[in-house]
Design a protein around this ligand. Structure first.
Ligand SMILES: CC(=O)N[C@H]1[C@@H](OP(=O)(O)OP(=O)(O)OC[C@H]2O[C@@H](n3ccc(=O)[nH]c3=O)[C@H](O)[C@@H]2O)O[C@H](CO)[C@@H](O)[C@@H]1O[C@H](C)C(=O)N[C@@H](C)C(=O)N[C@H](CCC(=O)O)C(=O)O
Ligand SMILES: Nc1ncnc2c1ncn2[C@@H]1O[C@H](COP(=O)(O)OP(=O)(O)OP(=O)(O)O)[C@@H](O)[C@H]1O
Length: 517
């Protein structure tokens, strides 16, 4: 893959630091003259280099970053930090560029970025959220509630990075460390009071949140996903548990609905508060889900010392109540009074939050309900289908595909869950990348047929045509769940990102069908 885009949030008034100071601070081996050189930023993508940056050349899966040292120099890099093999490459591609050498440049990136962007001076409360599903939702819920409390907030998610009104599109769920520290520095300039950060297992395994200590870390759940990166549930769990080490987070809020959550709560070495939606499970905080409708979910949150809050989240499904409750308990653990939160939510008639492409309703008042969702794991399918079933009495049609070049072991289960939970299944293409799309569809169909042999299944390769096929099968009182594309605006085939917004296309198809103006 390519590097991070040039559209990261970065400080607009960075203060320069002497490059010699950096070399001394980290005991780096120096090749070249650092005299009078100053550094104002750092990035690991040559394409994102700005004048005054340190370019960090990392060995990647595809290529060694140091081979782009020439590109970085042309864009104004003052030096390169890399490993020994990178130093040799840089000497060829950018002769004259000072080289700082370290054993493991990826591991050095976080602390180096922290030093350059001076993010040890950080006034914002930092929230981290991990888990297989619900991370994006929780950071948007944190952001929404903080806004209702009148506090300038920020977030980094799979969809976007945002500080107040300033936002850029994300390419990774968790930014690389240089991008993360740049964002924290920008947050300081904008006087943000709190930031919610989605932390993936891959980010923990790949040093992306190094150099940051979170005030409160939250855990949602752990279910089948990413078995291309982790060999087993155990490995995947251990990668996530890393977030709750004392070096990374000060306090934890753990949802203990799952066995993994219970185990995590028993293993962490930082103060931990627990939360559950399960009446059979003991926990510090309890969520009781009330009415679940097409537009909102009501819940009551009860905690230690008789603390109680009754509110509503403008999103679909019991799990959004669980996500909202996790966000609220994380805020309480950061020192905000539950009464203050309750007052703001009462004033506004509930939580105000918009989460792009998470069970987002694109249909209007007439015709079938249409939801576009980002769910791409078996458990996300199960939960979202279950949530829609609660209030839809008509036919439920599920449209989806599966990622190419990603965990292939989940495909049969995705097909099976769709066949069990929906009345009609429509299989289409979803980012086939370098795989044969027909083979991906076949694996999904095989899983669906094995689970429910008589289920009505349609196979339509093109997503636009597939959505129209699903719509043609639906009428008033029915619902379509289109899972996978969520907020995304492209479809990836053979390394090429073809523009495609499922949300825009679905709205267009609803107009064509006469269901919308
Ligand atoms: C496995 C993995 O995490 N790979 C990440 C890694 O790529 P890589 O090691 O293969 O890098 P490479 O393409 O060989 O390039 C090597 C170096 O050269 C640099 N380069 C490359 C080209 C160029 O023109 N200029 C340049 O500077 C790159 O920035 C990189 O530092 O470094 C790249 C630069 O930051 C990332 O874009 C890339 O993420 C890829 C796209 C990815 O798919 N990552 C997934 C697995 C991931 O991290 N997912 C999680 C979880 C998602 C979820 O929960 O669903 C996430 O947090 O996003
Ligand atoms: N608490 C939850 N439990 C189970 N499923 C959930 C939960 N929250 C959300 N989901 C499902 O997972 C989908 C993805 O949600 P969300 O984007 O918040 O998760 P995520 O952890 O950020 O995933 P990703 O890292 O892939 O972006 C939702 O659209 C919904 O189908």
């Amino acid at each position: 893959m390519t590097g991070t885009p040039a559209t990261a949030l970065r400080p607009q008034h960075p203060s320069a630091r002497a490059l010699r100071g950096l070399a001394d601070e980290f005991g780096l081996d120096v090749r070249g003259d650092l005299e009078h050189l100053e550094v104002t930023g750092v990035t690991l993508s040559s394409k994102a280099v700005r004048p005054g940056d340190l370019y960090v050349g990392l060995p990647g899966r595809n290529v060694h970053g140091a081979s782009f040292a020439g590109d970085a120099t042309e864009r104004g890099a003052v030096a390169i930090l890399t490993d020994a093999s990178g130093a040799a490459l840089a000497a060829e591609t950018a002769p004259g560029l000072p080289v700082l050498v370290t054993d493991d440049a990826r591991a050095a990136l976080g602390p180096v970025a922290r030093w350059i962007f001076r993010t040890d001076d950080n006034a914002a409360t930092l929230f981290a959220v991990t888990g297989t599903n619900g991370k994006t939702s929780v950071v948007y819920l944190l952001y929404g509630i903080l806004d209702q409390l009148g506090l300038t907030a920020g977030l980094t998610s799979t969809a976007e990075r945002r500080i107040g009104d300033e936002a850029v599109t994300s390419s990774l769920t968790t930014p690389e460390a240089s991008e993360l520290h740049a964002l924290l520095a920008r947050a300081r300039e904008l006087e943000a009071r709190a930031i919610g950060i989605e932390v993936s297992a891959q980010a923990l395994s790949r040093h992306r949140v190094d150099g940051v200590v979170f005030d409160v870390a939250g855990f949602t759940n752990l279910t089948h996903d990413h078995f291309d990166d982790y060999a087993s549930f155990e490995e995947y769990y251990l990668a996530k548990r890393e977030l709750f080490e004392p070096e990374r987070s000060k306090r934890a809020v753990v949802t203990v609905d799952s066995e993994w959550g219970k185990r995590l709560a028993s293993e962490v070495r930082i103060p931990v508060t627990t939360l559950t939606t399960d009446p059979e499970v003991a926990a510090d905080w309890r969520v009781t889900v009330g009415a679940e409708t097409a537009t909102h979910t009501d819940f009551v949150l009860e905690g230690p010392g008789g603390q109680r809050l009754e509110t509503r989240v403008p999103l679909l499904g019991w799990y959004m109540a669980a996500n909202a409750a996790l966000a609220i308990v994380m805020l309480v653990e950061s020192g905000i009074d539950l009464d203050r939160i309750a007052h703001a939510l009462r004033r506004d008639g509930g939580i105000r939050a918009y989460i792009p492409g998470r069970a987002e309703r694109v249909s209007g008042e007439r015709g079938p309900l249409v939801y576009i969702d980002y769910g791409h794991s078996p458990d996300a399918f199960l939960q979202t289908l279950g949530a829609i079933r609660r209030f839809v009495e008509g036919k439920l049609i599920m449209l989806f595909g599966a990622d190419g070049d990603r965990d292939t072991t989940k495909r049969a289960e995705m097909g099976a869950i769709a066949a069990r939970g929906a009345d009609v299944v429509v299989i289409t293409d979803f980012h086939p990348r370098t795989e044969d799309p027909a083979a991906i569809r076949a694996a999904l169909i095989a899983g669906a047929r094995e689970a429910v042999p008589g289920r009505e299944i349609h196979e339509v390769a093109d997503p636009r045509a597939a959505f129209r096929a699903a719509l043609a099968l639906a009428g008033e009182g029915d619902a379509i769940l289109y899972a996978g594309p969520g907020h995304e605006d492209y479809h990836e085939v053979n390394g090429v990102k073809i523009p495609y917004s499922a949300r825009d296309d679905a709205r267009q198809a609803l107009r064509e069908a006469g269901w919308a103006e």
